[in-house]
Design a protein around this ligand. Structure first.
Ligand SMILES: *Cc1c(COP(=O)(O)O)cnc(C)c1O
Length: 366
């Protein structure tokens, strides 16, 4: 069986380094907000090319803390509208509604799966304050178009970079550095994955960064002195120690993902399969390799019968989830088509060349 993702295989490469680093952690006697968090923050900021990185507890918390910080700064208030792609992972939208803001779901482009700039324009109202772009599946959103829109309408631009660690824009800027603030997740399955929950925020705004440092830690200035109401959303010291090791191999791993994607793009010839489209010089990091097929469910079972595990990102559109019954009446035909046709093929750094060839062969014989 070719597993969709074998996390043990992915991490076994670093076991020796993890064990050494665990000893350092154990002997440090500091288990919360110690040296490892500080070092990871400066290493990840420098990797992304931003001035600041604030380690937090998850990707969802990263997004929520950004919204809370803008509320403290007086730039956002309850009920403000946030534009977000309709086909993203539900966490992007939960962060908006959990923060008292209103998610406005916008259709993606059918070819790149990323938010469509033309559709954004139709949904801007006097209540719109933020565009939350998502670099879905590891492909940067249309950076130039989104930067122009937020400039024209004086909006805040945020990135959900949970799937795009290391993705590079044509001018050299990386994911995490193409907006006012970016949220990263280091959930174990992500391109940069911890051994538990973890996340981070990157930004070049020092006022926002200082606030986020306080907000993630009860809103405190000093121990037992708090000037705002905050949260407990700290990056775990041990996870930071593991992430420092894995960050060194992120670029190598992303190259591996791009190689596998290259094989899929060159060799999948099945006429019923639609391959993802992106500009060849784009720094896509292929968190997922997502194809479309009208007979998606049949294809999925066929591959499984032939020993190939696949996943669907995501089977139920957000506006069709019971949790968002208030959105159930909106009409999003492109998203609905995507949700009914997409299938994610295995793509990860520990996938072997023969396995990739086998997947191609089975897809072509469907
Ligand atoms: C994984 C993910 C998140 C949530 O990250 P967690 O660390 O699981 O909270 C948010 N947005 C997107 C696009 C994701 O893929």
């Amino acid at each position: 069986m070719i597993k969709f993702l074998d996390l043990k295989e992915v991490n076994v490469r670093y076991h020796e380094e993890f064990k050494k680093q665990f000893d350092v952690f154990l002997n440090s006697g500091t288990y919360i907000l110690g040296n490892q968090v500080e070092l990871f923050e400066s290493e990840f900021a420098s990797y992304c090319g931003t001035q600041f990185c604030i380690g937090v507890s998850s990707g969802l918390d990263a997004l929520q803390l950004i919204f809370e910080a803008y509320k403290v700064m007086g730039l956002l208030q309850n009920g403000d509208e946030v534009i977000v792609p309709a086909n993203t992972y539900i966490a992007s939208v939960l962060a908006i509604s959990n923060s008292g803001l209103k998610p406005v779901l916008v259709e993606p482009d059918i070819e790149t799966y990323n938010i469509s700039p033309d559709h954004i324009l139709k949904f801007i109202t006097s209540k719109t304050k933020v565009v939350l772009g998502v670099h879905l599946y590891g492909c940067l959103y249309n950076v130039k178009a989104l930067e122009q829109i937020v400039k024209d309408f004086n909006l805040i631009l945020l990135e959900d970079a949970a799937q795009a660690h290391g993705a590079v824009f044509e001018d050299g800027r990386k994911a995490g550095n193409v907006s006012d603030a970016a949220a990263f997740s280091f959930y174990p399955t992500k391109n940069l994955g911890a051994l538990g929950d973890a996340g981070a925020i990157t930004t070049n705004d020092n006022v926002l960064a200082n606030l986020l440092v306080k907000l993630r830690n009860y809103g405190r200035i000093e121990i037992y002195e708090n000037d705002i109401k905050g949260f407990n959303c700290r990056l775990d010291e041990l996870q930071a120690a593991f992430l420092r090791i894995k960050l060194k191999y992120l670029d190598e791993d992303n190259i591996k993902r791009r190689e596998i994607a290259g094989t899929y793009l060159n060799k999948i010839k099945n006429k019923s399969v639609v391959l993802p489209k992106f500009e060849s010089d784009f720094g896509h990091v292929f968190h997922q390799f997502v194809i479309r097929c009208k007979k998606r469910d049949k294809l999925k079972s066929y591959l499984l019968e032939n020993g190939i595990e696949t996943l669907i990102h995501y089977p139920i559109a957000i506006h069709k989830q019971s949790a968002y019954s208030e959105l159930s009446n909106i009409n999003l035909p492109v998203s609905e088509q995507i949700h009914s046709e997409v299938l994610s093929l295995p793509i990860n750094p520990s996938l072997k060349e023969e396995e990739v060839e086998e997947i191609v062969k089975k897809l072509n014989s469907f």
